[in-house]
Design a protein around this ligand. Sequence first.
Ligand code: NAD
Ligand code: MG
Length: 389
Amino acid sequence: MQKICLLGATGSIGRSTLDVIAQYPDQFELVSVAANASVERMAEICRTFKPKRAVMGSAQARDELAALCADLDTQFEYGSAAMESIASDDCDQVMAAIMGFAGLRPTLAGIRAGKRVLLANKESLVTAGRLFMEEVAKHNVTLMPIDSEHNAIFQCLPQNEAGATKRDVDKILLTASGGPFRTFSPEQMRSVTPAQACAHPNWSMGQKISVDSASLMNKGLELIEACWLFDVTPADVQVVVHPESIVHSMVSFKDGSVIAQMGNPDMKIPIAYGMTWPARIETGVEALDFFKVAQLNFEAPDLERFPNLKLASDAWYLGGTAMACLNAANEVAVDAFLKEQISFLDIARLNQRVLERSEIKAVNDLEAVFAADQASRLLAQQLIASEFA
Ligand code: NAD
Ligand code: MG
């Protein structure tokens, strides 16, 4: 029996994780959950899974949840410290599926407590990069990439022999759907709405990652994520636009072989693999029907229409706090776009301005990451008020 702590339980990844847990009640036990504000959804989860501890983002949300679930034995708590506490409490695996930078502290808590960490929350790895990976090594943690591309790359890389990766791999081929605006002209992109940006052609996901997919910032974050996870640089990674989202990524080897991981686009596949690796279980996802798929297409990314991808690579080479600055700018920009305060094309413009204007510092401790995040958020908000409104 594996005891699971689920951070971000009410979200899209949270839902898919609960689906896998529910299919295997004799293998997985949900012992703790955390979410920000969705009280009613959390109440449903508590009723169904009866976790020992449930943490909300605010005292008010905790109180509302406690009132809805007064008959349960679950302990209701709130705040970041409580989220860190459940991630390091009695459990075997921590699913890190909080959205954004807010996931960093609880994810690190799980790592420091030596849990198997299932990483969906890419922003935490992107912002804290080296420190994050050092903690993983220090605590001898199994870090399972849940992002479908990175889970695919993990499956394609040789795991049989230490050192084989660096020696034999020519390139990592990181696939991207291209999002809903893949074929849009700059003119068409100027007036797209949040609803259009959130309507991803292949995946059903949270709003923030959906907008990131539309602006290709998601692929930028994933490029950085791949560099940290697999100890490579952006020069070792080729982004390949693949509109069908059937190939979830590939690894090209020096002998000319390319290994791809494929499947229908459903996050239950990487989630279940993360939970059971090196074993596999049935997930309920339909097997791939190649006759139905019929065609797979591939094209190069357009960095002019989608400058975020280039910005992410720039941030990697700038190093230090640059990635935290870019991520913070993007979180503010996406939020402002969703509230219709800035336009879709402003997202990349704002990201670029913040990256150019931020003072990049070395990351010697976590405080440097938090300071950079704070400063860039502030700068982004000021720019929105002064130049983008
Ligand atoms: P979502 O918006 O659907 O859910 C986010 C979850 O995080 C919710 O439970 C919410 O309550 C919680 N949350 C948000 N802010 C919080 C805060 N300040 N404190 C505590 N909890 C907070 O998002 P999602 O699509 O499930 O994505 C979650 C993470 O997984 C993101 O980092 C995303 O990039 C990554 N991811 C998602 C997918 C996907 O298919 N949805 C795929 C790959 C990676
Ligand atoms: Mg992904």
